[in-house]
Write a protein that binds this ligand. Sequence first.
Ligand code: PLP
Length: 400
Amino acid sequence: MSFENRRAAGIKSSPSMAIAMAAKKLATEGHDIIDLSLGEPDFEPPTHVAEAAVDAIRKGGIRYGAPAGMENLRQAIVKKLRTENRLDYSADEVMVANGAKQILFDVFLATLEPGDEVIIPTPCWVSYGDIVSLHGGEPVYLNCGADAGFKLSSEQLEAAITPKTRWLMLNSPSNPTGAIYSADEFHKLAEVLARHPRVLVVSDEIYEHVLLSDTPFISFGEACPQLRDRTLIVNGVSKAYAMTGWRLGYAAGPRALMSALNKMQSQSVSCVSPVAQAAALAALTGDQAFVGEGARIFAGRAKIVAGRLAEIEGIDFIAPDGAFYAFIGVGRLIGRRTADGEILGDDTAFAAHLLQTFGLSSVPGAAFGAPDFIRLSIAASDRELETACDRLAAMVASLT
Ligand code: PLP
């Protein structure tokens, strides 16, 4: 018997989570597995983060709080947005949630009418489309290929907007491609949006600080201030401060929108744990050296991986500008035969063979709306990354 309603049945569990669990199972059974499926920093947050959380617990008074988050944390976010992104928001235009992911739940729950369309450029993060569907919306995927730098063009956007379009989802730096939009590229999209006043913009900036090249990051809000009253900036501490498990994301947007999102929070989670909020406050207001150091480490790893992947014949690879993934084109290898005689029919079969026979866990591109690719996280030690590249090279060499 199925317990799921139509909406729940229509979506899948997070594919990257499912693959990570499969890799863990193989590892516990004694297989030698390198798991590069999940996107999380492989180091601990700065020590003052844990200390702030412990202090908060010791002090007591861990009670329900405001759905939007603690005033001092929201003030710290206001300051962060002003100093780092030149964005001017007041504390009541800012909120915190249990991860950036929950912000997306809040926003689509609060704003989508059944059948409203959400434009999602692909390749995109695995969860966007399913979160939209879960809330009765229609994801409209727009394929942005490698030749376009994996970025949405103004022509594509213009052609996709219909009277039902409600949101445009942007993500720069992008998971999985690492693409970063320039101010000019954002301006071109904004020119289109200016003609369509009903369309709102989510700008997911969670990888803001994970910069791997000289390409600078710019917030959509900074590039397009004229769209401030219909832009939601989404960010969080998961990636920049290695705090994925603390579950703390935040958003900034026009007051009426934030008030709608807070209503969702008040009737769902009530508030974010004050312990996590104390930790996030310490992260945002403490010494920021950690953030730059993290980016330097990832940039070094990206270089190692780029060098090694360039030596593998048959794959296609564009070095990422941001985030911590290698998005690898394997389309030219689809249809080839493994040593066991199995024909690799698609990227999912490719990733399965890479895991089962060569002990390297990746996420197939189909999960990101981009078949013919696999994604490897580079959030692993230099040695693991070298071994991972050895294994990928060995697999590719074994195909006939
Ligand atoms: N947005 C993107 C593009 C992500 O890759 C992720 C996590 O992988 C998230 C949002 C979710 O972040 P959080 O941990 O804050 O929920």
